[in-house]
Design a protein around this ligand. Structure first.
Ligand SMILES: Cc1cc2nc3c(=O)[nH]c(=O)nc-3n(C[C@H](O)[C@H](O)[C@H](O)COP(=O)(O)OP(=O)(O)OC[C@H]3O[C@@H](n4cnc5c(N)ncnc54)[C@H](O)[C@@H]3O)c2cc1C
Length: 457
């Protein structure tokens, strides 16, 4: 009989941490974890969004230990509870293989950086980071996968409980009876019944979640869309920042448009990578714990929250990414000097520069034909400000790759325990639009699981 106490959709950090929390309570619960992608050994590196570990598996594995970075959970559980849950999930990450080393702990240096940033119109957001690196992410997820499989100590000997993990199994319909959800139908037409459901489908499942939410009549709100470029410079240029914090989060309000512009996902000695979506591609960055390049890359993104009547921020971001792809037959790379002179980059001009691109598969071109003036202006202003604290950023050879777009899912209306407007139907992680990073996604899974544990008999 396909009946479970709890069904979880999605084996990303949110779904996995929910399952771990439910198991650790030793309540002998029967749990089903549905994942539309592959199990860990079968995952293909180019399929970055789906499979065991979700988008976290091939991510850079920066565990951002901050209430201010990684989502909106303070709106639901408050600052203090979030801080203690971040500490709780961090300890679990360490148990499964995260390194003990923490970046961003030198308070005196950070204070100095904060002051120099402030003098140049930049706000530094200090926080601590535990860096897994893409390679270590994989082994950590393997350890958790083994722990979640019998006969690990998390299972009660002879009990009916445990986690049944079904891979290549996409949930396509949430089944409801009266005012309660009762189960899920999968793409192959199988039906699973459950007392509680946690929806944790990540960004790759946010479109599905948004459609199902509409069907169920759930209230949603718009999240912003972030548009920008990935910047690549010699690693030495960023050392004033990366030696102190590994990743420096800086906020800036542009003078021309008063837009919020920020640095995001800084990868010291890392590589720029192509991020493949269904019918377009964007750019991203990685770094490894052992392999090092000579460059550092980071994103500069400007946030836009659209107002009435427009409510399709994801479609807007996709259009821009597709326009870049149309012109460049994929990713476009341009030297800052060429952008400033109003001309395209060519392979010869890129070769003349001092930064050797780490993404070989990018076409030298002109980003200003595809990225709206507003964003280009925001990015240039921020690069100029950054040059004051990391001299050399605003130089001719600096490489800009486009487009980098962050699609934040619509935000579901949830209670403080992350329950939707339908009883016993919970939502967690990036797909629900409430988190934007591994640590916060994991915390959200724990929050939903703890509420279920209170109710499950
Ligand atoms: C290239 C890259 C680098 C990143 N680097 C970092 C970083 O360094 N630090 C950081 O904190 N964050 C990083 N992130 C973001 C981080 O990976 C996500 O915030 C996090 O994985 C979100 O967790 P989640 O569980 O909500 O969703 P996901 O990790 O997206 O997992 C959701 C899972 O649900 C599955 N799913 C979707 N729909 C269905 C369905 N209908 N039925 C069954 N299964 C379904 C998906 O296949 C997926 O496996 C990065 C992301 C990317 C893409």
């Amino acid at each position: 009989m396909n009946t479970y106490n709890v069904i979880i959709v999605g084996a990303g950090p949110a779904g996995i941490f929910a399952a771990l929390e439910l198991l650790a309570a030793k309540k002998n619960l029967k749990i089903l974890l549905l994942e539309k992608g592959d199990d860990l050994p079968d995952r293909k590196p180019y399929d970055i969004f789906q499979g065991w570990g979700g988008a976290g598996t091939f991510s850079d594995g920066k565990l951002n230990l901050s209430t201010a970075v990684g989502g909106f959970l303070t709106d639901y559980i408050g600052e203090d509870a979030l801080e203690s849950l971040i500490d709780y999930v961090d300890k679990i990450f360490i148990k499964y293989g995260a390194p003990a080393e923490l970046h961003g702990t030198d308070e005196e240096e950070i204070k100095r950086l904060e002051e120099v940033s402030a003098r140049n119109g930049l706000k530094l957001v200090p926080f601590k980071i535990r860096h897994l690196g893409t390679d270590r992410c994989f082994s950590l997820l393997k350890n958790i996968r083994e722990e979640i499989t019998p006969p690990s100590p998390l299972f009660i000997k002879g009990g009916q409980g445990g986690v049944d993990i079904q891979f290549n199994c996409a949930a396509i319909e949430i089944l409801k009876q009266g005012d309660k959800t009762v189960g899920l139908r999968t793409a192959e037409g199988r039906e699973f019944l459950g007392d509680f459901i946690i929806l944790a489908p990540g960004r790759s499942g946010s479109h599905w979640l948004s459609q199902e939410s509409k069907k169920l009549g759930l209230s949603t709100g718009n999240n912003p869309v972030d548009i920008g470029v990935r910047v690549e410079v010699p690693a030495s240029i960023m050392r004033p920042l990366t030696d102190v914090m590994h990743e420096a989060k800086l906020l800036f309000y542009s003078k021309r448009f008063d837009d919020l512009v920020r640095t995001f996902c800084m990868n010291p000695y890392g590589v720029v990578v192509k991020e493949k979506h269904k019918d377009f591609c964007t750019v991203n960055g990685h770094s490894f714990s052992t392999k090092k390049s000579n460059n550092t890359n980071f994103a500069i993104l400007a946030s836009t929250t659209f107002t009435e009547p427009f409510h399709e921020p994801i479609a807007y971001g996709q259009y821009i990414a597709k326009l870049v792809n149309l012109l460049g037959e994929g990713i476009i790379v341009q030297r800052l000097g060429d952008l400033l002179q109003g001309r395209r980059s060519t392979p010869e001009r890129i070769k003349k520069g001092s930064v050797k691109p780490t993404l070989a598969d990018a076409t030298p071109g002109d980003l200003s034909f595809a990225i709206p003036y507003r964003y280009i202006s925001d990015i240039l202003e921020m690069l100029e400000a950054l040059d004051k604290i990391a001299p050399g950023v605003y130089s001719t050879s600096t490489l800009l790759y486009g487009a980098e777009v962050k699609f934040y899912s619509m935000r579901l209306k949830l209670t403080n325990n992350l329950e939707t407007e339908v009883k016993n139907l919970f939502a967690a992680g990036d797909g629900a639009g409430i988190t934007r990073g591994i640590i916060h996604a994991a915390v959200s899974g724990v929050v939903a699981a703890r509420e279920i544990l209170k109710r499950a008999t």
